[in-house]
Design a protein around this ligand. Structure first.
Ligand code: 4NP
Length: 167
């Protein structure tokens, strides 16, 4: 048994602005965790490495893409990642290499085992970074959503196998 029955596994998704990629990852992963009946066992949040959009709702284009796929992310608000997050969360998942670099500087070496790229959980995608869609068109948001769905499936399988199934 690697996790106690009572303590949830805590997952934080991190991008630059916390208005496009990481809120989408949060919403998609919440959806999949709920569908698996695991909402009590896994806690999910997201944050940005920058302070650019603190307090804002997710980008309209991200919300539209998610809504078309049955996911409402309008309740989310952007916040900046902090050192407390490095302590609190078990998985701290960067959307791209720049985010991972910033997280390595924020968190201590003892916490670095918590850090990974989100797409490490989707090796079949063939890329390591979720591309930043902010300055592009709506097809960028569709691509981001597809990548996030793939990695969310891989992440959930990993957590179930390594943290929740015991043995
Ligand atoms: P995100 O996208 O990191 O996926 O939320 C971005 C949002 C805002 C900016 C860049 C990327 N920006 O430069 O303001």
């Amino acid at each position: 048994m690697t996790s106690t029955q009572n303590k949830p596994v805590r997952v934080l998704f991190v991008c630059l602005g916390n208005i496009c990629r990481s809120p989408t990852a949060q919403a998609v992963f919440e959806y999949k965790v709920r569908a698996a009946g695991l909402e009590g066992a896994i806690e999910i949040d997201s944050a940005g490495t920058s302070a650019y959009h603190i307090g804002e709702q997710p980008d309209r284009r991200a919300q539209l893409t998610a809504r078309r796929r049955g996911i409402d992310m309008s309740g989310q608000r952007s916040r900046q990642v902090s050192r407390i997050d490095c302590e609190r969360f078990d998985y701290i998942l960067a959307m791209d290499s720049d985010n991972l670099y910033d997280l390595r500087r924020l968190c201590s070496p003892e916490q670095s085992h918590k850090l990974a790229r989100f797409l490490d959980f989707a090796p079949q995608a063939g890329i390591r970074d979720v591309p930043d869609p902010y300055y592009g068109g709506s097809s960028g948001f569709e691509n981001v959503f597809d990548l996030i769905e793939m990695a969310a499936d891989g992440l959930l399988a990993d957590i179930v196998q390594t943290r929740l199934n015991g043995s």
